[in-house]
Design a protein around this ligand. Structure first.
Ligand code: LLP
Length: 419
């Protein structure tokens, strides 16, 4: 298990490179990723047979290529994510399959791609079994099961239980087996993902449920997936999950099933956040400092168009000022440029504005938002006609531009004036 390292409130360098220099060279707002940190997190999970990256957390092609070269396989939840995986060098097919399409429905483009490439499907709704049967009869598939309970860092990231749209309800296995039989298809694996950013206790409850369901399916099962959801500490007091303990629990479940079925099962884990969150930083420039009654506001050039987690979940992200010398701390509110009062990075769930102790800072200096590598850029938008930021990856001390900042032409591409 990695050690928790507190995020400093003053930070002049990322991976040995000057924040001010990165900002000058690539502009702000800017996402910066440290390749070495992603590799470290991959290494933490090497006891699992398969690490399958949930690319929804960060699907930049450079990130996908990096994890692929580290031996990590990939999950795709949309046709676009399938195309990204292919563009980054993943091949359809393979045993275990390099790309798995996990979703609760097929849209037309997705099912066309599944048929064209013979992609492996992890079905989250019984209807998907019939639809796959029509285009790819005789294929193997896995099922995403909703065990009837779930948990997450926010109600919005809880993916189990009857309020969740995700997965096949745990007692509908017989119906699924019948549907698969109709098309000569075999259920070769089970998968459960109960939520994101949860804790050890909740994650470990999944083992028992998956074991029961696997026994109900029977000997066709050759792989099980623990899903994703591994938390990272965004702030003091939050912890990592003890990976060795977590693996041991799953390994024991896998071994019991291997014994029951008379063949060895492969054990997968499907992290998104764990691999990329701490590797990512969002750099912004302070453009205004103002006093509103008792609150001091630092207004920066990044907003919820760049990082939506605070406004969506009241998520906490650590922050630092790139000040060369130590300065006294002051409680501040950090907000962005958008014409919307919710555009505040220091807020709690429910939209309550909170203060953060940060060094005194001036217009023109830089703010670094940490733990922004997962569900950061990928959830950004063009709200207020803001172009999407650039992304840079640091490899062996060198910064590489891995996505160019959008231009105004990119922003209006496809739009038409009607006369
Ligand atoms: N597998 C499945 C089937 C999932 O639905 C997810 C996340 C993952 C794996 C990866 O979960 P992770 O290891 O990253 O927790 N936007 C939210 C998170 C939504 C996650 C949705 N599914 C956030 O910013 O916290």
């Amino acid at each position: 298990m990695p050690e928790y390292t507190p995020f400093p409130v003053r930070m002049t360098e990322i991976g040995g490179l000057s924040v001010a220099e990165l900002a000058r060279r690539f502009g702000t707002p800017l996402y910066v990723y440290e390749a070495s940190k992603i590799k470290e997190r991959i290494a933490d999970l090497k006891r699992f047979d398969v690490i399958r990256y949930a690319q929804k957390a960060n699907s930049n092609l450079a990130v996908l290529d990096l994890v692929r070269r580290e031996g990590v396989l990939v999950d795709a939840v949309s046709a676009g994510e399938v195309r990204r995986a292919l563009a980054a060098g993943y091949k359809p097919g393979g045993d275990p399959p390099q790309i798995v399409f996990t979703a609760d429905l097929f849209d037309q483009e997705a099912i066309d791609l599944v048929r064209e490439h013979g992609l492996h499907v992890n079905a989250g709704s019984p209807d998907m079994i019939d639809q796959l049967g029509v285009v790819a009869p005789g294929s193997n598939l896995t099922l995403r099961i909703n065990p009837g309970f779930g948990h997450g860092h926010s109600q919005k990231t809880n993916t189990g239980g009857e309020q969740s749209k995700h997965g096949i309800w745990h007692n509908q296995i017989d119906d699924c087996l019948r549907r698969a039989d109709l098309y000569g298809m075999q259920i070769t694996g089970l998968h459960m993902h109960i939520g994101s950013g949860t804790d050890f206790e909740h994650l470990s409850q999944v083992c028992g449920s998956l074991e029961q369901t696997a026994l109900a399916v029977g000997r066709t099962i050759t792989s099980i997936s623990a899903g994703g959801g591994l938390p990272i500490p965004y702030k003091e007091g939050q912890t990592y999950v003890d990976i060795d303990r977590y693996f041991d629990l799953w390994d024991a479940t896998r071994n019991r099933l291997s014994e029951a079925f008379g063949h060895r099962l492969s054990l997968e884990v499907e992290p998104g956040r764990y691999l990329v969150a701490e590797a990512g930083y969002l750099l912004a420039e302070i453009r205004a400092v103002k006093q509103m009654g008792d609150n001091t506001f630092y207004l920066v050039d990044a907003g919820f168009n760049n990082l939506a987690r605070p406004i969506l979940y009241g998520a906490y992200h650590p922050m630092a000022i790139a000040a060369a010398v130590e300065r006294s701390l002051r409680p501040v509110v950090v907000g962005g440029p958008l014409c919307e009062s919710g555009d505040i990075f220091t807020q709690e769930e429910g939209g309550f504005v909170s203060q953060r102790d940060l060094p005194a800072a001036n217009v023109g200096e830089h703010l670094v938002i940490g733990c922004a590598g997962a569900y950061g850029f990928v959830m950004s938008s063009n709200y207020n006609s803001k172009p999407m930021s650039a992304e840079v990856m640091l490899v062996d001390g060198e910064p590489h531009l891995v996505r160019a900042r959008q231009t105004f032409d990119d922003l209006i591409r496809g739009e038409q004036i009607v006369r």
